[in-house]
Design a protein around this ligand. Sequence first.
Ligand SMILES: NC(=O)c1ccc[n+]([C@@H]2O[C@H](COP(=O)([O-])OP(=O)(O)OC[C@H]3O[C@@H](n4cnc5c(N)ncnc54)[C@H](O)[C@@H]3O)[C@@H](O)[C@H]2O)c1
Ligand SMILES: [Zn+2]
Length: 415
Amino acid sequence: MKSAILLPLLTLTTAFTPPRRHHALPHTHLTMVSTSPSQTTSTPHDIVRVDLADGRDYPIYIGSNFSDDETSEMLRRHIHGKRVLIVTNERIAPMYLKKYQDLIEGEGMRVDSVILPDGEEYKTWEVMSTILDKALELGLDRKSTFVALGGGVIGDMVGFASAIYQRGVNFIQIPTTVMAMVDSSVGGKTGVNHPLGKNMIGAFHQPQCVFIDTSVLVTLPDRELKSGLSEVVKYGLIRDAPFFEWQEENMDKLLRRDAEATRYAIKRSCENKAEVVQADEKEAGMRATLNLGHTFGHAIENGSGYGYWLHGEGVSIGTVMAARMSERMGWIESGLRERIVRILEKADLPVKLPKDSPMTVETFNKLMSLDKKVADGQLRLILLKGELGSCVFTGDFDVDALQATIEEFVKDIRA
Ligand SMILES: NC(=O)c1ccc[n+]([C@@H]2O[C@H](COP(=O)([O-])OP(=O)(O)OC[C@H]3O[C@@H](n4cnc5c(N)ncnc54)[C@H](O)[C@@H]3O)[C@@H](O)[C@H]2O)c1
Ligand SMILES: [Zn+2]
């Protein structure tokens, strides 16, 4: 069965081939932090800036083992009022809430907290609105600051709550997963899931700052760490060939949680994300390329039953499918597809559907037609085209190549 979405109605092709560039990017500074005068030592850390119009530019601080003084000094700079609401979840609260609460209180603020249940299934309107309830009960005004302490689920929900609470209050992202550090905490996409679709309700709302202390990753389970790495691979593929090549050399270090390699991968990912967001904040075109592998991946996540795959795992299989489809159309060399499979395997991520997968051709077609990038009934995909590091966002692709790719991956399950 071929779904109607697969018949192109209009052609939209946007090609993105960024200029080859050096490892040092303009928005990065290796900084020696100068903290309070009483402090004698300082820790080198990176600052990646997200340059946006209308005074909405903000820093991403990236370091490991920031001292208490550094942490409170950096956060205080971005808290304008006297009231702070930290939102986290049941899993993270016992590990990290008290530290941040104490540090911010030490700066003379009143800090309250909300602890939400843990899990993507709680990324709902109902759970998000408990943040609003608490803020109202506490009498928080428009000068209050919300702090998201957690992974992408917490970040997306708190960002959304702060976008709509009294028509918008400041918020700070303190991401605690690789996924959130390299992707979701940067760029201002916030929202919740709806029973009829993931991330279907939301708003663009940029944080005041993103504070990344990689030392919290010590408690992150391996599977979550690897899931985040699929987004790191994505940046290399869509726009940063030297970064992909670096990953080919250093993936084992990332898996071993080597501190320097991890920090570098986070910094480089944030630089890439910042550049894309600066160029296309509201996703008129270029920002969509951050969804490489996601249309296939979301279909896999959803069709396999939410909870079976982590987001990055679905994206990993989806990336291989996008690469295979690009190869079928002659847009990339088969050698590049093989490199993609190899690096994802090195990251211990899935590259095909497992034997017990319930996915069928029909499920793919149905679920892919619900993608947010469908415009006027036409499916648009991010596909690789040309050399490593180049991609297109297009509705003008060979429908047969898409079908053949889906069939190939589904057939592989039954083989
Ligand atoms: N806004 C965006 O641009 C964007 C981009 C990518 C993904 N997302 C969203 O992000 C979400 C996925 O984020 P995620 O992968 O971070 O999942 P998550 O927030 O569910 O975190 C994964 C798990 O790790 C736990 N955890 C978090 N930090 C920990 C730590 N330091 N130690 C131990 N456990 C820890 C969490 O409690 C959770 O159980 C999805 O909802 C996705 O839609 C948003
Ligand atoms: Zn993603």
